[in-house]
Design a protein around this ligand. Structure first.
Ligand code: DGJ
Length: 732
C-alpha cells in the first residue's frame, strides 16, 4: 500500500519504490514532514517539524503553546495573512475585501483511481502494472467558505507523485482567487542548487545551475505560453549532486501557459518552493458552488543524481502522459519543406523534393507554412484555412495523391491559434482576437492571437481545421504557434473577469487540441511554437512530440537537446538534419555529425535535397537504415547524459535498453584540441557483468570495464565531429 495514515501520529506516509513523502496534521494545519529517499513507513516522523519558538512569529489565536507558529511550520498548502509570512500557495479574497486565507485540515480519503482534471491535461493510470493510488486531503477556511482539496497521486514504481488542487466556493457569496499554485514543497535546509532551463528563440532550454539564496527567486512566463524564455521545470539538488549521484528533486508542470516557480529561503534557513499558474495578471471569480482546478504538478526525487531524476520523468511521461495510441509507435522519418524552400514553393517544386526524398527511404512528406489563403510570406492569411490554388493547382487532394504515388505519406503544417490582420477571417470578425477595448493590439510576426477564451471562436476554428484535415489522407500535423500574447482581454468577459483571459486562453487551446486530436486518432501530431516555445508536459499530453527548436545546427542542438532531456524524453524531441552551413548560425558541420545528433529524437530531414551531393545521399540512406534499426532503443531506452556540452568541449550521451542487452552511445567533439590524447568516456547504465561487443565483434568489453575504465573514443581530428557506438551484449 503506497498511502498510509497513522491515527496515533496523525501522519500521512506516501511511499514509492525509492522515495517517501510525509505530512502531518499539526493543530489543524497540514504540515509537511519529509520528502526524500525511502524511509521506514512506521516511524513517527513528528520530530521533523522542529517545533521551536522563533521570535516575532505569531501564534494562532487562543494558542498558549508559543512553540507553534505557522510562520515557521513547513506547510503543505499555505494561505497568507494569518501568520505565515512566506510566499503563499493560495490567496482568496472574499466579499469583505479581505485576502486573509487560513486553511485548516478537515478530512482525507484514499482513492484507487486518479481523478481527471477538468479541461486540463494530466497524467493518467492506463493499464500499468505498477501500483497507483491517490490521496485526497480536504482543507477549509471556515470563515470564508473556501474549500480546498489537495490530490496526491502516487506512481509507486515510477518514483513520481502527481499533485493538483481543486478549490471550491462553499459560501453564498462570490470568492475571488488571487493566486493558486498547484503545490508547495518545503525542504528542511537552504543549501541547494537550482537547475532551470532558460533560453530564447533558437536557444531554448539551455541548462543553468545556481545556488538558492536567502530571499525569493522566481522564474516564470508572462507570455501566455510556457515560452522559450523559461520552461516549467526545475531541479533542486544538493550542491554536490551530479549526473550519477546525490539528491535531486525534479518538479514540472503539466501546463502550457503563464507559470511561476518560486523558491524562498527565509529566516529559519528552510526552503519553500511553489509552482503553478503565474499570479501575475491572474484572478478567478468563483460563484457559490463553483470549483477551480489548478494544473498538475509532477514531483520526483532521486538520490542517484540528476540523471535518475530525468529518467523518472521520462518513464512517467512515456507511460502515463503520452496517449496510449502513440505508445509503441514507430515514428515516420520525414522530410519537411520549411528549410528546403520556406514560402517559395508550388506543386511542382514540392513534388521535385518528394521525388528526391522517397528513394532515400524517407516515409513522410510534410508541407510546412505557405499553402493557404494568399500566403507567400508571413504577413497574411492566418485564419483563412483554404488552399492557395495559385501554388497548389489541384488543391490538397491532388497534391496528397501525387505525394502518395511516391510511396510517402503526407503531413501538413497549421497554425490554428492565430489570425493575420490581412485575412478574410479578420475582416469578418475583428473582435475575435485578444484585445483590450480602446487599444490597438500589438502585432508580432504580423499576426494577432485569436481569443480562444471564447467558445464560439474555438468552435469556429475547430470546424475550419477539421474541414482541412478531412480533405485527404493526412498522416501528420505540425501545430505551430508563432507569437506570444499581448493585450490580453476578451470582448466576451465582464470587467471583473478580464484577468481570467490568460488561463481561459490556455483552456481554449486544450479544448481545441482535444477535439482535433480525438477526431483524427490516426494522425501523428507534433506541437511547435516558433521552435521550442511551448515544449512542456501539457502539450505532450495531446501531441506526443514537439519541435525542439528552430535552430537545427547540430552543435547548438547539443546544448538544446541536453537541456531538454533534463525533463523530457528523447522520443518527444523533434530533430531534423538540415543544411550546412546551418541557416541558424552559418556553421559548417558534416552530414555524419548532423545525422548522429538528429538521430536522438524523432528524426527527419529539413533541407533542399537538390543541392545534397550523391555521397551525402548515400550517407542519408545509411542514417535512415540505422534509425530503423535503433528507433525502439532510442524511443524507449534509458537515457544517460555522459558529457555536458557546456563544460566538456563536447557532448556525450547513451541510451540503454531496459533489459541492458544493447546500448547506443554518441560522442560529439566540439573543438579539436592540439596534442591531446583520445578521450576515455565512462559509460553508464550497463550491466557490469555482461560482455558487450562494441560496433561489431572485434572489441568486446564487460559492462564494468566500460563504466569504470571507459570506452576509448576514436581519435577525432577536426571540429564538430561525432562518433556513434552500438553495444550489443554477447555470450563470451
Ligand atoms: C516556426 C516553426 O518553428 C518553423 O519550423 C516553421 O514551421 C515556421 N514557423 C513556419 O512559419
Amino acid at each position: 500500500m503506497s498511502i498510509k495514515f497513522s491515527k496515533e501520529s496523525q501522519t500521512f506516509i506516501l511511499s514509492t519504490k525509492s522515495t517517501t513523502y510525509a505530512m502531518k496534521i499539526q493543530k489543524d494545519y497540514l504540515a509537511h514532514l519529509y520528502y526524500g529517499s525511502r524511509i521506514a513507513d512506521n516511524d513517527d516522523l513528528s520530530y521533523l517539524l522542529r517545533l521551536k519558538n522563533i521570535s516575532l512569529n505569531p501564534n494562532p489565536w487562543g494558542e498558549v503553546d508559543r512553540s507553534f507558529s505557522i510562520g515557521v511550520l513547513p506547510m503543505e498548502y499555505p494561505g497568507g495573512g494569518a501568520g505565515d509570512f512566506r510566499t503563499p500557495a493560495i490567496i482568496v479574497k472574499n466579499e469583505s475585501g479581505s485576502t486573509v486565507t487560513d486553511l485548516k485540515y478537515v478530512d482525507y480519503r484514499i482513492l484507487s483511481e486518479k481523478p481527471t482534471l477538468e479541461g486540463l491535461p494530466s497524467t493518467y493510470i492506463g493499464d500499468t502494472s505498477g501500483e497507483v493510488s491517490t490521496l485526497e486531503i480536504m482543507l477549509e477556511d471556515a470563515v470564508t467558505g473556501l474549500a480546498v482539496n489537495l490530490y496526491y497521486t502516487v506512481f509507486a514504481d515510477k518514483d513520481v507523485i502527481a499533485r493538483h488542487t481543486v478549490i471550491k466556493n462553499t459560501s453564498h457569496k462570490e470568492l475571488v482567487i488571487e493566486q493558486a499554485y498547484s503545490g508547495c514543497l518545503e525542504l528542511p535546509d537552504s543549501s541547494y542548487d537550482l537547475i532551470t532551463l532558460p533560453g530564447t528563440w533558437s536557444k531554448e532550454r539551455v541548462m543553468e545551475r545556481q545556488s538558492i539564496r536567502r530571499g525569493i527567486f522566481s522564474f516564470e512566463s508572462k507570455r501566455g505560453t510556457s515560452s522559450h524564455q523559461n520552461n516549467p521545470f526545475a531541479a533542486i539538488t544538493a550542491p554536490d549532486t551530479n549526473e550519477m549521484q546525490g539528491d535531486a528533486y525534479g518538479i514540472t508542470l503539466v501546463y502550457s501557459g503563464n507559470f511561476s516557480i518560486t523558491t524562498e529561503v527565509n529566516e529559519t534557513l528552510t526552503t519553500r518552493i511553489v509552482a503553478g499558474i503565474n499570479p501575475y495578471d491572474f484572478n478567478w471569480t468563483l460563484a457559490p458552488d463553483q470549483t477551480f482546478t489548478t494544473p498538475e504538478l509532477l514531483m520526483t526525487f532521486s538520490d542517484q543524481g540528476i540523471g535518475q531524476m530525468s529518467r523518472n520523468f521520462h518513464d512517467l511521461m512515456r507511460e502515463h502522459l503520452i496517449k496510449d495510441r502513440y505508445k509503441g509507435l514507430k515514428t515516420p522519418i520525414l522530410i519537411n519543406s520549411w528549410e528546403a524552400s520556406y514560402f517559395d514553393f508550388d506543386q511542382d517544386s514540392l513534388l521535385a523534393l518528394a521525388k528526391q526524398a522517397a528513394p532515400l527511404g524517407i516515409d513522410l512528406f510534410v508541407m510546412d507554412d505557405g499553402w493557404f489563403g494568399n500566403r507567400n510570406d508571413d504577413t497574411t492569411s492566418l485564419g483563412d484555412w483554404y488552399v492557395n490554388e495559385n501554388k497548389l493547382k489541384g488543391g490538397l487532394p491532388d497534391l496528397i495523391a501525387k505525394i502518395k504515388e511516391t510511396g510517402m505519406n503526407f503531413g501538413l503544417w497549421i497554425e490554428p491559434e492565430m489570425v493575420s490582420p490581412d485575412s478574410e477571417l479578420y475582416k469578418q470578425h475583428p473582435d475575435w482576437c485578444l484585445h483590450v477595448a480602446g487599444r490597438v493590439p500589438a502585432i508580432s510576426r504580423s499576426q494577432l492571437v485569436l481569443d480562444l477564451s471564447r467558445d464560439d471562436v474555438v468552435d469556429y476554428i475547430g470546424d475550419a481545421i477539421i474541414r482541412v484535415l478531412s480533405l485527404g489522407d493526412i498522416s501528420y500535423i505540425k501545430w505551430d504557434m508563432n507569437r506570444h500574447l499581448t493585450d490580453v482581454g476578451s470582448a466576451q468577459l465582464p470587467s471583473h473577469r478580464q484577468r481570467e483571459t490568460w488561463h481561459r486562453y490556455v483552456l481554449g487551446v486544450y479544448k481545441l487540441m482535444a477535439r482535433i486530436t480525438e477526431r483524427f486518432p490516426n494522425i501523428l501530431f507534433e506541437s511547435c511554437s516558433a521552435g521550442g516555445g511551448r515544449f512542456d508536459a501539457g502539450m505532450l499530453y495531446y501531441m506526443p512530440q514537439a519541435w525542439t527548436s528552430d535552430n537545427t545546427d547540430a552543435i547548438d542542438r547539443l546544448f538544446i537537446q541536453y537541456g531538454s532531456s533534463l525533463a523530457y524524453p528523447v522520443m518527444a524531441m523533434g530533430t531534423h538534419v538540415s543544411a550546412s552551413p546551418s541557416h541558424s548560425v552559418n556553421r559548417t558541420t558534416n552530414m555524419a555529425t548532423r545525422g548522429d545528433v538528429a538521430m536522438f529524437g524523432t528524426f527527419g530531414y529539413e533541407l533542399d535535397l537538390a543541392v545534397v551531393t550523391e555521397e551525402e545521399k548515400e550517407q542519408i540512406k545509411h542514417q535512415i537504415e540505422a534509425y530503423h534499426q535503433h528507433s525502439n532503443l532510442i524511443r524507449y531506452g534509458d537515457y544517460y547524459r555522459l558529457l555536458s556540452p557546456g563544460h566538456d568541449n563536447g557532448s556525450a550521451w547513451m541510451i540503454v535498453s531496459p533489459d541492458k542487452e544493447e546500448a547506443l552511445v554518441c560522442f560529439v567533439q566540439i573543438l579539436s584540441e592540439a596534442n591531446a590524447l583520445p578521450k576515455l568516456l565512462k559509460l553508464a547504465g550497463l550491466d557490469p557483468d555482461k560482455k558487450y561487443a562494441v560496433n561489431g565483434e572485434q572489441l568486446v568489453l564487460s559492462g564494468a570495464t566500460l563504466m569504470n575504465a571507459g570506452l576509448l573514443m576514436e581519435f577525432n581530428f577536426g571540429d564538430y565531429l561525432s562518433q556513434l557506438y552500438y553495444l550489443k551484449s554477447v555470450i563470451k
